[in-house]
Design a protein around this ligand. Structure first.
Ligand SMILES: C[S@@+](CC[C@H](N)C(=O)[O-])C[C@H]1O[C@@H](n2cnc3c(N)ncnc32)[C@H](O)[C@@H]1O
Length: 275
């Protein structure tokens, strides 16, 4: 079974770019002249959205002139947010060509094309020279990567000495069964959830030192409560993560929230430093 092929097909299933353009038009915006903030409801594909990207960034001491790599960059929302917040140069890499094409186009539409760049490639075989980046990030990607050893050894190779790798993934925290589909996989064959100790061991084997770990379960549940409260009080927004998850968005989200509530999974943040 080719997991990478199945994963890329999963994310490429819905034509995201025309849907986002139509959503922007329905909101009365000119899709070719938007602000990066106008895309936030749809371009941050992880629990906590733009708020979570800000937490991840806050611990990384990023300065203008640094080079950042966002591994599994999706349609580029976190990369654009990082470039805007820090003045750093940000490169995104992602397995799914359709998402990379959308990342490029959305960056042009939002006037960010000169601040970010994107490439198709795998986290387990990064298309970059060794010691190219000061910081690397991974937001909700490892759940699709069975070989955590390769994931960490490649991030280690791509970072400069002293560089920091920030991971924010959904991890296995209990034994309760997980119902499918979930946002990152239609079926169990394409889900590669792992426990925090598996991440820590893979990181240590590559030479990383753990410098920070935080369980974001409570913040995640609060985030979902706020999203639900907003959904019942206001008309549905034409722009949202439903554009990336297709018609089963309700089921995918409900299964994920139920598993978080049952303690089976949790979003966890870990920062590692390269020696
Ligand atoms: C849930 S989305 C998160 C996207 C982005 N990080 C964000 O937070 O908005 C997961 C992304 O990981 C990418 N991905 C999965 N496996 C990958 C791999 N082996 N190498 C690179 N990207 C991968 C998918 O194509 C998808 O864009």
């Amino acid at each position: 079974m080719d997991v990478e092929k199945g994963v890329a097909q999963h994310y490429a299933a819905y034509e995201v770019l025309p849907r986002i353009r139509a959503g922007l038009q329905a909101m009365g915006l000119d899709p070719d002249h938007v602000r990066p903030d106008d895309l936030k409801q749809v371009d941050e594909f992880h629990i906590g959205g733009a708020e979570a990207t800000a937490w991840v960034l806050s611990g990384l001491d990023i300065r203008a002139g640094m080079d950042l790599l966002d591994i599994g960059c999706g349609i580029g929302g976190p990369a654009r947010a990082m470039a805007l917040a820090t003045g750093a140069r940000v490169t995104g890499v992602d397995l799914t060509p359709e998402f990379v094409a959308a990342a490029v186009e959305l960056s042009q539409m939002s006037g960010m094309a000169d601040r970010v760049s994107f490439r198709v490639g795998s986290a387990t075989d990064l298309p970059f020279a060794s010691a190219s980046f000061d910081r690397a990030t991974l937001l909700h990607v490892g759940m699709n990567i069975p070989d955590k050893g390769k994931l960490f050894s490649e991030a280690y190779r791509a970072l400069k000495p002293g560089g920091v790798f920030a991971v924010y993934d959904v991890m296995r925290t209990g034994e309760a069964e997980l119902a499918f589909p979930v946002p990152w996989a239609e079926r169990p064959e394409f889900s590669a959830l792992a426990r925090p100790d598996v991440y820590r061991q893979a990181a240590a084997d590559s030479g990383f030192a753990l410098i920070h770990q935080e369980d974001r379960r409570a913040v995640a549940l609060d985030f979902f409560d706020r999203v639900r409260a907003q959904a019942v009080s206001a008309a549905p927004s034409p722009l949202g993560l439903h554009l990336l998850m297709g018609p089963t968005v309700g089921q995918k989200t409900a299964n994920m929230i139920a598993a978080i509530k049952a303690g089976a999974i949790a979003p966890i943040q870990m920062n590692f430093r390269k020696a």
